[in-house]
Design a protein around this ligand. Sequence first.
Ligand code: M6R
Length: 607
Amino acid sequence: MCGIVGHLGPNNPMDTVLEGLSRLEYRGYDSAGIAYVDDKSELHFYKKKGKLANLVSLLEKEKHTVVGCIGHTRWATHGEVNDANSHPHTHGKISIVHNGIIENAPSLKNELASEGFEFQSDTDSEVFLALVTSNLKNGMDFLPAVSEAFKRTDGNSAFVVLNAETSEILAIKRGAPLVAGLHEANSDASVSSDPYALVGSSETIYFPGDEVLVLLSKRHNDIISFYELDGTESKNYKSKKQEMSLEATDKGDFEHFMLKEIYEQPGLTRDLIQFYLAGDGADLLNKVSAWKPEKFHISACGTAAYAGMVIRDFIEQRNRIPCAVELASEFRYRNPLLREGEVGLFISQSGETADTLAAQGLCVENKMKTLSIVNVEGSTLYRDCDENLLIRAGIEIGVASTKAFTQQALTGCLLSYAIAGDLESEEKKKTIADKYSLLAERIDDILARVDELKKIAEEIYNYNGFFFTGRGQYFPVALEGALKLKEIAYVHAEGYASGELKHGPIALIDDQMVNIAIVGPALFDKTISNIQEIKARRGVIVGLGPKGESDLDDICDFKFDLNFDGLEELSPLYVNVANQLLAYYMAKFKGTDIDKPRNLAKSVTVE
Ligand code: M6R
């Protein structure tokens, strides 16, 4: 949550920061701001409530020569959404941006206010500014002033500090994402919450450890240098070449990133199977299988948690290994029963979700092996786990997760095949590859029939509420379908097990409620009975189910045919694509901001 970025060097620091912010806007868009130092060591800052575009229009007449710049895009935690609470926070020649929460901000604020610091905002972040400026006033140099200020903060945070006096930028983090980037010529350097913000401006990406100070300065031979909190040089960082391309950050001909990402799914399914069966991935799967877990504890948040439920079914059905799936925010505080010999499996697109990271930490404390199914290579989760199965989804920019869900579930399914020993046999590998390729074909088929789903979306988007229902393997995708609709169309939707509605929620059914009923071949008759119960109470029925079943067709107000033949195990993923498109088009008819829905951030780095 919140995106932070900084750039020092002659290559258009302000434009680079604004470009970085536009890529980090998925992390929050309540407000945006920048501060920069010019060639006369003067500090300038601008900040504005609302999306980045509001800030950009303020900057049109800026004419100074910019030497270094920092920027922020906000997802509000402390203090309402207004200009004053927007970052950067500035005092004298110092300006800071912050991502995270300073847990002891109230007591620090009282102390600093009593010493005479006049706070301008209601944020916790300004406390850090007050600490740094107070340290400088007391005669400390820049680096110790930031380091000592950081030591006094509790909680997970990343800070970027611009010092206009010295034209230097310092960044530091604890439990929050922060990377640094170097321009090949050593002329320019950047810091940011995500390597994605640095595509095009940095060729080498550094991943500093927690509590490592990253200094961007022209006063040293190297424009980037790393220090421990005591000021000694630090080696606690990793580096790699930037591998992302600018092309991946483009919407192409699609109106929204979400739609582009939905359409990428068949291709990604095909690539995934290639990597894990024919490429380097098979060894990794076999290595993880050799752990022979007694039990999996799957922990994740939001869409990733629903993918976890799908994976639980794959593993329990195929391997008969018990799997518990829990929301990471609950797992971490529930004092769960964890034993050595059990494996923690963490699912995440970003690899930066605070609760998921904490759940992983808890498993490590309990001496368990930890495995991630993750999209972002080099993310904190990736670095913290013993092994990682990359889902190879490419950058996911739409805040509503789509392709990551499919790739997470498919990667988990491959893990279950590996545990079963199926990757040892060429014949079995071929059967698996055929299933994945059939899934890709079926998704292609849904995409080709998008107009049918668009038509249904047009008919139903104005109803009062939506129940997505499904049984067994379709229950997780009912939950995911409802989440997708809520987050992008801003309508009330719930995912329910088909058999559970009559235990309470059926009281809500009337002619203004829609039931999007997922009907698979398993338990077909029972699911039809459940739909009848809704229909009898005048609920509107949208059936997602097999073709030519008159029992189903007769009770549906709207029907989308699905072909389950030969695809039973992977069919939840296929059904889910229909739900994704329904949500997308309902949101489009509602006219919401699909790629950046209100109140959300893609990477939830606070608990
Ligand atoms: O990056 P992660 O997969 O760990 O994120 C977890 C959730 O925050 C995420 O899936 C969220 O629910 C999405 N907005 C859903 O579309």
